[in-house]
Ligand binder design. Structure first.
Ligand SMILES: Cc1ncc(COP(=O)(O)O)c(C=O)c1O
Length: 430
């Protein structure tokens, strides 16, 4: 248990503990349930998100622009909140693009990346004035054709698949053969053939990977990104006479999910960025440098909450069977890119216990409840539907809440909600 709750963000730890009941945004779970009418639900804490973004912006060099990658959590109220916190959005589909535009974010601060954009996606982006991050030579040809038809010059940036990869990353998205971006070695050729009457090349996008907790690996990738970007900016000037306006250096910042994970050292990353901005004057004096983050900004501000509907013992193992599971929270079940399944931090939401040792909160339960080891599962007829495996928690019963922390990113929208046509899911920003 100590390990499971060890990494909760301090602000969440501080807001937790009133009589052993979990609060989100100053509201106890049973009130949230009444608001949304049922379990399961995701609840996101507005203040935690604001705190996280503010802390990051304060730490980063002031020249760095922060964008939010909507794919991490596209819940409309949350995206609306992010529009007041960051200076731009990264979108991965036409629907995300429309969501971003509806917040009032200026189109020039919205970038549309991702392989496999359809003619309709490209058409909509050009009409809206959003910058298309082109991912292949074929995509450039499509953009040219549609821009010609629309008589609108398309704003584009080239997504580059660099030769290097982001080491220690949960998800590597560069280096070697990849469906993302245009290989670094092909960029000179692409620049020579760029249809300049139809496209305006604004920048480059180098996104190396996701969920990285190793600051040194991120620093190393950023050093390589700046070096490559400087070459590309110089090359662009030579070949096309164009001045590059922006450089999107991706992100990859991870958050701690598991007991051995440590929080990312943001100070080290910020210090390195400051050094890079001093070192690469071509970039720092003329080019907007954008950091695009999803998970890091929102993951720790969200919980997934479901209810125990059955408690049973099978050959000595106690199961808590809940009304929610894999279909709402695929990542927590271990089926969203994990090689070996590990438990996210979980708690019984109305019997939340705290530990003096890691000072999770000030108000401890007066009486320590009895603990028992349980397997927490969902209602789906598959052994993959796991919420937590072999965890020691306060003795729980039917109708108690099971809470999964660190659930604000890649939760609801990254899960197969219709699988087995189970109970509806709600989301709320508090
Ligand atoms: C192009 C791009 N930008 C941003 C992100 C967001 O990454 P994260 O949520 O890890 O910050 C991703 C994630 O895959 C991505 O592919």
């Amino acid at each position: 248990m100590e390990a499971l709750t060890n990494h909760l963000p301090t602000s969440l730890k501080d807001s937790l503990p009133i009589n052993g009941e979990l609060y989100v945004g100053n509201m106890p779970l049973n009130h949230i349930e009444k608001l949304v009418s049922h379990t399961p639900f995701y609840a996101y804490d507005r203040q935690l998100i604001i705190n996280k973004v503010t802390q990051l912006i304060t730490t980063l060099p002031k020249e760095i622009s922060l964008h939010y990658a909507i794919k991490a959590n596209p819940y409309p109220s949350l995206v609306q909140l992010m529009a007041t916190q960051v200076t731009g959005f990264d979108v991965a589909s036409k629907k995300e693009m429309l969501l971003a535009l509806q917040t009032g974010m200026a189109a020039k601060n919205i970038s549309f990346a991702g392989p496999g954009k359809t003619m309709q996606d490209i058409e909509a982006a050009i009409i809206a004035g959003v910058t298309l991050h082109v991912e292949s030579i074929g995509e450039i040809a499509k953009v040219k054709k549609i821009a010609e038809q629309l008589h609108i010059k398309a704003d584009i940036a080239i997504r580059v698949n660099p030769a290097f990869e982001l080491k220690s990353s949960g998800m590597k998205m560069s280096g070697g053969a990849k469906p993302f971006g245009i290989d670094e070695e092909q960029i000179a050729q692409v620049l020579m053939n760029l249809p300049l009457a139809q496209v305006n090349l604004r920048g480059f996008h180098i996104f190396a990977g996701s969920q990285n907790l190793n600051a040194n690996a991120i620093i190393c990738a950023q050093q390589q990104t700046f070096a490559l970007a400087e070459q590309l900016i110089t090359l662009t000037k030579k070949v096309t006479k164009l001045e590059i306006e922006y450089l999107n250096i991706g992100g990859g910042f991870g958050i701690p999910y598991f007991s051995n994970d440590n929080s990312l050292d943001i100070n080290a990353i910020a210090g390195n960025l400051q050094t890079l901005l001093q070192q690469y004057k071509t970039i720092s004096s003329n080019v907007e440098v954008i950091l695009e983050l999803g998970r890091y900004l929102v993951a720790e501000a969200g919980v997934y909450v479901c209810k125990i509907v059955d408690k049973k013992v099978s050959r000595g193992t106690t199961y808590l069977v809940c009304d929610g599971g894999l279909h709402h929270h695929l990542a927590n079940s271990g089926n969203f890119g994990q090689v070996i399944r590990k438990n996210y931090p979980v708690a019984i939401g109305n019997k939340f216990i705290t530990h003096k040792s890691n000072s999770i909160c000030s108000n401890e339960l007066k009486v320590q409840p009895a603990l028992e080891q349980v397997n927490i599962v969902g209602p789906l007829c598959t052994p993959l539907d796991i919420l937590a495996d072999k965890v020691k928690l306060p003795k729980a019963n039917v109708d108690d809440y099971v809470v999964v922390f660190q659930s604000g990113a890649y939760g609801a929208s990254a899960s197969p909600k219709d699988f087995l046509s189970q109970t509806q899911l709600s989301e709320i920003l508090l």
